[in-house]
Design a protein around this ligand. Structure first.
Ligand code: SF4
Length: 358
């Protein structure tokens, strides 16, 4: 039996075998322990809801095999250059007017170029001036860039490890696992909060999943946000025919993440559209307490907003929040406008990327 009390404080020295044992525990035992630990730090009836904006889409030089934004694959994605400052501010204002407290922005870059930094810093300051928290995902950073972002007031930086160190080279070859860890160290050292997770269903083994979770759990202090993504298979990417992941395995990983990261938000990110309401409810029970909403998460579909409202109502989640259908219609409009030339209405072009897998 898993004893919830053993998971009540964060630990940074898990072994892969220990994590594998948790992940492989009897399902009911695992979910019960995770639900119990969840209640130690969070209200189980509250789910953090975030929205995000792609400020630069496609043509990424990295070869992440799951990603339609990679320039290596023909997915039909239409690239978009960096959005104008006024456009980003307009989206941020609308998001704020609908109750958003954090505005997440991402660019499909290997890393920000020096010539981009002044603009990025201006955007951070501008969005902060609206009273919003800021989150960015821009690829790898140098130590100096992390310090600059922190100096401008960036609150969160998203940088995923994606998978285990052992499986990583089968998914990405254009940068190393150590490159990713290094960026995370720079971000942490700069005092920026971290959002770091991975993607399930890429052909990895359960041991890989345990090893991935253990890697994230070695970040000290733990990332404030741990996104768990389910691969969305995009036509044209090397993983378009990856075998389906058993839904119970996904729930197991969410529960294990809750036990390893008792103080962090565990986010169900990409792939929710493929999940039944019952599966999502089990994920919430197992400790997931953060989602993105928006009809399309940048280049992919997300679980429809109205569907989210329906699930929230059925489960009695976020009863004090003001999220309404008209709010989500407006947010839907934001995403549509931003991506109106980016393979809209093409159901084949789903499932990306750094942002969607966030
Ligand atoms: S996941 Fe990110 S880094 Fe990888 S190809 Fe896509 S946009 Fe580029």
């Amino acid at each position: 039996m898993l004893e919830p009390a053993k998971f009540s404080k964060p630990r940074y020295d898990w072994t892969v075998d220990e994590v594998l044992e948790i992940l492989s525990a009897p399902f009911m035992d695992l979910v019960y322990a995770a639900a119990t630990v969840h209640r130690m730090y969070f209200d189980p009836d509250e789910v953090q809801v975030s929205s995000l904006l792609s400020i630069k889409t496609g043509a990424c030089p990295e070869d992440c095999k799951y990603c339609p934004q990679s320039a290596w694959y023909k997915t039909g994605l239409i690239k978009e250059s960096l959005l104008a400052y006024d456009t980003i501010m307009e989206k941020a204002r609308i998001a704020k007017s609908h109750g958003a407290t954090r505005f997440c922005m991402g660019a499909a870059w290997r890393n920000p170029k020096e010539r981009d930094m002044a603009f990025i810093l201006q955007v951070i300051r501008g969005v902060k001036s609206l009273g919003l928290e800021t989150c960015m995902t821009l690829g790898m950073l140098t130590k100096e860039q992390a310090a600059e972002l922190a100096g401008a007031g960036l609150d969160y930086y998203n940088h995923n490890l994606d998978t285990s160190p052992e499986f990583y080279s089968q998914i990405i070859t254009t940068r190393t696992y150590e490159d990713r860890l290094e960026t995370l160290r720079y971000v942490r050292d700069a005092g920026i909060k971290i959002c770091c997770g991975g993607i399930l269903g890429m052909g990895e083994t359960r041991r890989d999943r345990a090893s991935f979770l253990r890697q994230v759990a070695m970040i000290k202090p733990h990332p404030e946000s741990v996104p768990i993504n389910l691969l969305v298979k995009v036509k044209g990417t090397p993983l378009e025919k990856a075998p389906d992941l058993d839904p119970f395995e996904f729930i197991r990983v969410v529960a294990t993440a809750r036990l390893l990261f008792p103080e962090s938000y565990v986010r169900m990110s990409a792939g929710r559209e493929e999940m039944s309401e019952e599966m999502q409810a089990l994920c919430f029970l197992a400790g997931a307490n953060s989602i993105f909403y928006g009809a399309r998460l940048l280049t992919t579909h997300n679980s429809g907003e109205n569907r989210d409202i329906g699930i929230f109502e059925k489960l009695g989640l976020n009863r004090n929040e003001k999220l309404t259908e008209s709010d989500t219609d407006d947010l839907h409009f934001i995403f549509e406008k931003v991506h109106e030339n980016a393979h809209r209405d093409n159901p084949e072009h789903r499932g990306c990327a750094r942002l969607d897998q966030m």
